[in-house]
Design a protein around this ligand. Structure first.
Ligand code: HEC
Ligand code: HEC
Ligand code: HEC
Ligand code: HEC
Ligand code: HEC
Ligand code: HEC
Ligand code: HEC
Ligand code: HEC
Ligand code: HEC
Length: 260
């Protein structure tokens, strides 16, 4: 059974919030009555929520005009009112659809990649943090709820800015250690013929600063720095250090790197 029919059946079984339900073909929905698929609903404190029409392939009058006026950003309510059955809460009540009191990240932001100039992306998981904090603990004062609009240096974090407001080694693990917990972990180079190579990022971060490898020797992006063993023997890529002098050499013990 298609997802849409399943969804409609559920609504029929449980009782719908509005008159008669009929299926609306996805294809028939494009451009109907000026309908746009993805709409951004703007909140004051926690950024935007994307509502997708095509994920809600129900007859228009299930929602319009009884639950929502047909105009973007003209139906604002609080989460508290939703819990009482208004707006999205007319269906997202744990019966017709997942509840507004849980799964915040299904409607709001999920995992976020924060881009840096020099060392690629640092990962932030909303899900992990929402289990411990309310949105207001971070938004809008500590972070504007918009990706890549709150840049800080690690030095500033060590002084308590940005992630450092909690990651001080006391309330949460500190920004001056455990770099790989927020930045990249180990990297796999897949190679069935010659044996996979796992580059132990963490072991190298314990020995070197990021700037000794990024961005000059390696662009901080998985798979963006292909090299052959010959290149390495000529001092490129891993061979910049693995020359048998600063570190074991690339022409020596193949199995130190390749899983053979
Ligand atoms: C599950 C509920 C739901 C269904 C079903 C639904 N809509 Fe909507 N619609 C919304 C929501 C939510 C908004 C945004 C309201 C807001 O931003 O305040 C919206 C907004 C709109 C807007 C305004 C867009 C804009 O840019 O201002 C139009 C037009 C619209 N819908 C047409 C339709 C049509 C046509 C159908 C049937 C094919 C339909 N809708 C079915 C929930 C629904
Ligand atoms: C079904 C989707 C949905 C789920 C699930 C959901 N929200 Fe919302 N939330 C929205 C929408 C849509 C808005 C914007 C409402 C508006 O402006 O009309 C909103 C607005 C908000 C706001 C700003 C308005 C206010 O009440 O202060 C906060 C804060 C918020 N959500 C927190 C949460 C938290 C915390 C959770 C999880 C417990 C959650 N939301 C779960 C859809 C959802
Ligand atoms: C008329 C009923 C109805 C209304 C109103 C409604 N939804 Fe839904 N929504 C559903 C149903 C049914 C599903 C699918 C069942 C489920 O996933 O629990 C769904 C699924 C979703 C999903 C999950 C889609 C996916 O990826 O699987 C999101 C996100 C969502 N709704 C957001 C919203 C937001 C935001 C609003 C308010 C602006 C809203 N819905 C209003 C009925 C509704
Ligand atoms: C522990 C802190 C923290 C908590 C708690 C938190 N956020 Fe965030 N949020 C962030 C950070 C960090 C970013 C990324 C900001 C950046 O990239 O500059 C972010 C970004 C966002 C964005 C922008 C997403 C994008 O792609 O542009 C939205 C929307 C958002 N948060 C909503 C919420 C909502 C809703 C809640 C509560 C349910 C919440 N946040 C709880 C820290 C938090
Ligand atoms: C709690 C998570 C976290 C930890 C732990 C962490 N970082 Fe970061 N780091 C980030 C985030 C997020 C950014 C992006 C900041 C921004 O752009 O706002 C960043 C940015 C950076 C930058 C670019 C900005 C600058 O200061 O030059 C460098 C370099 C960096 N981190 C190195 C490190 C090193 C080295 C460690 C370990 C000693 C470390 N980080 C530990 C989260 C963390
Ligand atoms: C409001 C306080 C607060 C802020 C702000 C905050 N964190 Fe956290 N974070 C925590 C706490 C508490 C934990 C769990 C305790 C621990 O692991 O030490 C945690 C855990 C984590 C984890 C481990 C997640 C896991 O899977 O277990 C990562 C990664 C992380 N934070 C990254 C970040 C980044 C990146 C930022 C900034 C963009 C940030 N945090 C901002 C409080 C915060
Ligand atoms: C000894 C060299 C070396 C050091 C030191 C190093 N890296 Fe890397 N890094 C690499 C290599 C090699 C790759 C993989 C590049 C590829 O796949 O082409 C990589 C990849 C990355 C990626 C991309 C991950 C992905 O999934 O796309 C990020 C982000 C990154 N590094 C951040 C950092 C940060 C932050 C530091 C310092 C805390 C650091 N690196 C220190 C060598 C290093
Ligand atoms: C310092 C770690 C390291 C050592 C030691 C090493 N390799 Fe590699 N090797 C790699 C990495 C990393 C790649 C993947 C490079 C890429 O895709 O950019 C690779 C790729 C290769 C390839 C495919 C690319 C090419 O040059 O054709 C072959 C074949 C290979 N290695 C053979 C060997 C043999 C034989 C030895 C021992 C004499 C060896 N390697 C020792 C890290 C190492
Ligand atoms: C900036 C210098 C530098 C670069 C670049 C570098 N390494 Fe290393 N690596 C070292 C040093 C130093 C050691 C530790 C000394 C030793 O084992 O000879 C080491 C150790 C290792 C180890 C053993 C780690 C352990 O836990 O015992 C592996 C595996 C390794 N490197 C793989 C690689 C691969 C694969 C690359 C390229 C993708 C690479 N390294 C790039 C300096 C570097």
């Amino acid at each position: 059974m298609s997802r849409r029919w399943f969804l409609i059946l559920i609504l029929l079984l449980i009782g719908s919030p509005a008159p008669v339900l009929h299926a609306v073909g996805m294809s028939g929905m494009g451009g109907v009555g000026g309908m746009v698929d993805k709409l951004s609903i703007q909140t004051k404190s926690v950024g935007t929520v994307v509502f997708s029409h095509s994920l809600h392939a129900l007859k228009c009058n299930v929602c319009h005009p009884s639950i929502f006026k047909k105009k973007n950003n003209s139906n604002h309510v609080t989460m508290e009112l939703m819990e009482q059955g208004r707006s999205c809460g007319a269906c997202h009540n744990g019966r017709q659809a997942f509840n507004v009191t849980g799964d915040c990240v299904t409607c709001h932001a999920g995992d976020i990649a924060i881009k840096t100039k020099t060392v690629g992306k640092a990962m932030f998981s909303h899900e992990v943090h929402i289990d411990m904090y309310g949105c207001e603990d971070c938004h809008p004062d500590l972070f504007k709820p918009r990706n890549n609009s709150n840049h800080a240096t690690m030095d500033a974090m060590a002084e308590g800015a940005s992630c450092g407001a909690c990651h001080d080694g006391d309330s949460a693990f500190g920004v001056t250690g455990d770099c790989a917990t927020c930045h990249a972990g180990d990297i796999l180079y897949k190679d069935e013929d010659n044996g996979n190579v796992v580059f132990p990022h963490t072991a190298h971060i314990d020995m070197f600063g990021c700037d000794e490898c990024h961005p000059d020797l390696f662009k901080p992006k998985r798979g963006a720095n292909r090299a052959s063993m010959e290149d390495m023997e000529n001092g490129e890529s891993c061979g910049a250090c693995h020359d048998g002098d600063s570190a074991f050499g690339v022409a020596e013990d193949c199995e130190s790197c390749h899983d053979m």
